[in-house]
Design a protein around this ligand. Sequence first.
Ligand code: SF4
Length: 254
Amino acid sequence: MKVIIDGKDVELQEQKTILKVAEEIGIEIPTLCHHDGLSSYGSCRLCIVEITNNGNTEIDTACTRSVEDGMEIKTATERLTEERKLIAELLLAQAPESEKLKASLSKLGVQESRFEAREDSDCIVCGRCVRACKEEVGAGAITFVGRGYKTKVDTPFSINSDVCIGCTACAEVCPTGAITVEDEEAMRYIRYFNTELELAECAECGKYINPKRMIEKLKKEDFAYYPEENFELCEACRRNKEMNKFADKFLEAK
Ligand code: SF4
């Protein structure tokens, strides 16, 4: 398969998305909803590119569109730059107070939005948190609720989730910083989702570690070479235990 991206000839053995191919040859296409470990979604639309194939030119999202033999792709034309700025302004209006989002969009030359700002929102409905929770964690604790302009991410019925394991994957992938995780004494609070979880104590030193529900889930997974009891230890005690084991083996061998 042969394609041309920004004037560069590229030969491919397998099908990949335009975003992936561009990344591999050092062309950076802006995106907010894409995350390498998650399925493609195409919601933020910042990664739009111009594609010419069989004499037709169209605009599509690079994260969802796969390359096809003979495609000519342009990633940074004047038209794309202008459209991306417009999209960026719309995204900013959805999460006007997010400093993290502002920092990302300033790279596109956008610092303000001419559109009406959505109140009390830090969410651009990119779906990264929903996908991470479902695809990576297998919990499916959060989903999209509402319609159109009022769409947001939440737990079903907006109540304390009984399937969330408090792993923090949602907060880690969020491009706006909307989701925060706070550990206070014996509790973990994910206030964005009205969710609170009880933390377990390290079986050795008593320090609070991960939520009990998360440990229960991890114990049920098949980690062939990982001792189950390690999930009940804090990092320092886990390391100590491994060191002691190593020292015992070393002395035995002597
Ligand atoms: S909370 Fe964050 S990760 Fe989830 S949809 Fe909104 S912006 Fe995206």
